[in-house]
Each structure stands twice: as C-alpha cells, then as structure tokens.
Design a protein around this ligand. Sequence first.
Ligand SMILES: [Mg+2]
Length: 226
Amino acid sequence: MKAILFDFGGTIDTDGVHWNEMFREYYDRHHLRIEKAAFDRAFVASERAVLAEPGIAAMDFRQLLTRQFTIQFGLLGLAGQEGLAERMAGECYDDVADTVAASRDLLGAFAKRYRLGVVSNFYGNLGPVCRGLGLDGLFGVLVDSAVEGIRKPDPAIFALALERLEVDAPEAWVVGDSYERDIVPGKTLGCSTIWLKGRSWTTPADTAAADFTITSLGAMKSIVMP
Ligand SMILES: [Mg+2]
C-alpha cells in the first residue's frame, strides 16, 4: 500500500462527529433550543449558501465557521443575538484545532510511510483551511470539490487524487466518516476502505463496502501500520 486518501469534514477536523451534530452542540451549550427538523433545514441551507459567499476561496476555518453560524442564525430567526454567532464559531474553531492537534502526530507518522491526500466535498477553501490548522505539509494533494467541479460520491474525484499522487487504486486506503460518500466510491474504484463510524445524523442500511470500521482515527494505526 502506498497512499491514504482522507475525507476532511467529519473525519480529520472532528474525528468522527458529523457537522450537523457538531454545529448543534454549540446551540445546546448556549441553551438555544431549536426543533430538530428546523435545525436540519437550516444546516442544509447554510451549507448551500456558504458555497456562494464572496471571498469563500480565501477563508480560513474560523472565518468559514463564522459565516456558517451567521447564516444559520439568520435562517433560525436568531439574527438579533449580537456577537453570539461569532462567539460560538470561536468556541467551535478552538475545539476543531484541539482535535486536529491531537491527530497531528499520527498523521505525521503516516506521512513518513505513505503519500497522503485529502478528498473533500468542500467550499473552495480547503487549502487555506488546512494551512491555518498547520496541516499543509502533510498532504501531497488536496482535492476540493468546489475547485474541481466534481463531488463525492462520484468515484472520479477519488480517481483524480490517485492520479495526482501517482498511485493505483489497489495501493490506496480511503478513510472517511460517510459510508455513502467515502467508503462506497472508494470500494468501487478498488481501494481498501476504513469507515470512521462516529456520531452521525444518518445510518446506512448496509456496510459491506467497509473493509474496516473504526470509531476514532487513532485506531487506524494498527490497520495501516501493523
Ligand atoms: Mg465527512
């Protein structure tokens, strides 16, 4: 095996917590009680809206989170809460930075043995986000769906990363928290797959495409570096 392709959102940044759950956490912490269906609608709409933000391609993670919370606040009728969206974004960013810091040694060890890449349905700013988190030296390729015009679960986005790393599919691991978007296309291409099964808002009906299932990135070590 020569390469590891990682998902970013819900995988590297939160170690298995889906972003719907992640955002929700800060509303709960600040005692903002929002009905689940309304929150889910605002989450999906904010994900779509942020893609059209002016200047998105240069935003770092803190700026991105501030825009996402601010858009959600607007959709949830919370726009009058002065400064709260910024404060929640700051807390969220600090938690992400801690999670990434905890995984950095592990990723560094993998980088010594493998070519590493990220394949993400992102917003066009995967580069600035990874740089801001101190991850930029670890990955040989960052593939951002908004830059490439291909989105997961299309296997072509993984094929693009493999081509840029000059690795054939059977020589690569695909690691991600989404069974449908990461594991299924990875398996379709002929990669070996590691499903990070964390806290998610949905559960797949079958999981046969996952060669391994883990609940934290730390568990990868015994699989890819036995
Ligand atoms: Mg993900």
